[in-house]
Design a protein around this ligand. Structure first.
Ligand SMILES: Cc1cc2nc3c(=O)[nH]c(=O)nc-3n(C[C@H](O)[C@H](O)[C@H](O)COP(=O)(O)OP(=O)(O)OC[C@H]3O[C@@H](n4cnc5c(N)ncnc54)[C@H](O)[C@@H]3O)c2cc1C
Length: 476
């Protein structure tokens, strides 16, 4: 609990209206989209960099933990304030400050929502490509802090590849600007990239300069149905090995297809696995690419290949794909879908091996899992369906998760392709990055000597992952 004096000082900085102390609100601010929860102690909603700087100075002076927060959609516990302190909600800082399409950049405040930004950019004929599944709500600050990406990363890269410059409030309260507004930059350490993926542990991002891409003239989408998941996985590497780079290449297994068909009446082909492939370019290029993709998919074993160029039909397919997470959540009556090993990335040629191995591990422990993801870039999601009140289920799931990560690392992969580390993946990231952990800790100690920024996350998480659960474990 924070003292009355601290609350009063916070009110002086941002105004009474923008300091949240109501217990019901603090309970809600204790969630993100992960399995974890802890009530917030206080939430402040600043409107300017100067206000953020004053809040951080206050916290640093009194050694109070700080947790920056965007929309709270993080999947590994990044936005859960496990050590309490001050949550800084950046959603009031939501202005697009400058659009310079002739210079290929846009400058935004951190609270701008991804989909809103692209709506604003569309009339200019440009876009910011990463396309996370949470596009309609997640903020640019949150995307930078987690290095978010999504279905277009294969062709266009992740958020990291678009961050040209940042304004950051350091843990001392000092405001620094890093990076440039030029396409090229070899001017010293690229510190702006260090803050990408820092998950609120190094400072508060208060302004972002993002590179833009021109919108393609046309898009089309192909759906291919397979009799085995391995064949679908093989189809992914066959497309890439043919020298073709689609703008999106997604995989969904039978569990995800069934869940989405029931939840949304999506009408996806019910089979062992589907691939959804997006091609883009000028009309003639799209036509040629559709033929090429269909040929590769059929050679890979697809028993049905269909395509559409109708924007409404494409939107229907992408909305079915985006519905996987909510559809799995309501799939079973007692079981819910939880994010545990939800974000592995393997080299593209290992996708088929990975999906088969994940399914085997789940089976060994008696779990149903849904497997889906951005298979074109090797990024796979698994969602466990379990009884969240059962301690036994959590214990078994933790064992299965360890095995999934071991297989992933053996295949040359990483424990997180896009959702980040925080709590749920910390022990496994520490295993993967053992040789650089001391350096990561030194960087943190230099930038944040009082350890106030989102403490005890990532390299500093010392426990197992079944901690601070949002579920009433053990209760009937
Ligand atoms: C349905 C669903 C689908 C998703 N799909 C994808 C996907 O396809 N790809 C993907 O990458 N992720 C996905 N995610 C995860 C999540 O949406 C992303 O990580 C997103 O970038 C988080 O943004 P946010 O605004 O919600 O940040 P939050 O959850 O509020 O915060 C995330 C982290 O960023 C830090 N942070 C936030 N703002 C700032 C700031 N201004 N300065 C410093 N640190 C800050 C926080 O401290 C925290 O550590 C999905 C989540 C859901 C619920």
């Amino acid at each position: 609990m924070l003292s009355e004096e601290v609350i009063r000082e916070l009110k002086e900085i941002v105004g009474d209206e923008y300091v949240v102390t109501d217990p019901a609100d603090l309970y809600v601010y204790g969630f993100d989209a992960s399995i974890h929860h802890r009530d917030a102690d206080v939430v402040v909603r600043p409107h300017s960099t100067e206000e953020v700087s004053r809040i951080v100075k206050l916290a640093n002076r009194r050694k109070i933990p700080i947790m920056p927060r965007g929309a709270g959609t993080a999947l590994a516990g990044q936005a859960v304030p496990v050590d309490g302190g001050i949550v800084i909600d950046l959603q009031e800082m939501n202005k697009v400050l400058d659009i310079r399409v002739e210079d290929l950049y846009v400058i935004v405040q951190p609270g701008v929502v991804y989909a809103e930004l692209n709506k604003i950019l569309k009339p200019y004929g440009f876009f910011f490509p990463p396309t996370p599944g949470s596009a309609s709500v997640c903020t640019i600050g949150g995307m930078v802090a987690v290095n978010a990406s999504g279905m277009r990363a294969l062709k266009y890269g992740a958020t990291r590849d678009y961050v040209m410059a940042l304004e950051v409030v350091l843990p001392t309260g000092e405001v620094v600007r890093m990076g440039t507004r030029t396409i090229k930059n070899s001017s010293g350490y690229q510190l702006e990239k260090l803050f990408v993926g820092s998950e609120g542990t190094l400072g508060v991002i208060t302004e972002v300069t993002l590179r833009l891409q021109p919108l393609p003239p046309e898009r089309a989408v192909t759906i291919a149905a397979f009799r085995t998941l391995k064949e679908a996985g093989q189809g992914v590497s066959n497309i890439i090995a043919d020298g073709y780079l689609p703008s999106a290449l997604e995989i969904m297994d039978d569990v995800c297809i069934d869940a989405v068909n029931k939840h949304k009446n999506a009408g996806l082909p019910q089979c062992a696995g589907i691939l959804i492939v997006e091609v883009e370019g000028h009309k003639e290029v799209v036509e040629e690419d559709l033929k090429r993709v269909a040929r590769i998919l059929k050679e890979s074993g697809a028993f049905q290949v269909e395509y559409t160029r109708d924007p409404e039909e494409m939107a229907r397919i992408w909305s079915a794909r985006s519905a996987v997470l909510p559809a799995l959540s309501s799939y079973g009556e007692t079981f819910v879908s939880v994010s545990l090993a939800d974000d592995m990335s393997v080299p593209i040629s290992k996708v088929a091996d990975a999906v088969v191995a994940y399914r085997e591990i789940a089976k060994k422990y008696g779990f149903v899992i849904g497997i889906y993801g951005h298979a074109g870039d090797g990024n796979l999601h698994t969602k466990f369906l379990l009884d969240p009140k059962s301690e036994e289920h959590w214990k078994m799931a933790e064992k299965a998760v360890g095995e999934i990560y071991d297989v992933t690392l053996k295949l040359g992969g990483t424990v997180s392709g896009e959702h980040g580390i925080a709590i749920t993946k910390a022990p496994y990231m520490k295993k993967e990055r053992a040789s650089v952990l001391p350096l990561m800790k030194k960087i943190k100690e230099v930038i944040d000597p009082n350890n106030i920024m989102n403490p005890r996350k990532m390299a500093y998480w010392e426990n197992g992952i079944i901690q601070y659960l949002r579920y009433p474990v053990g209760r009937k």
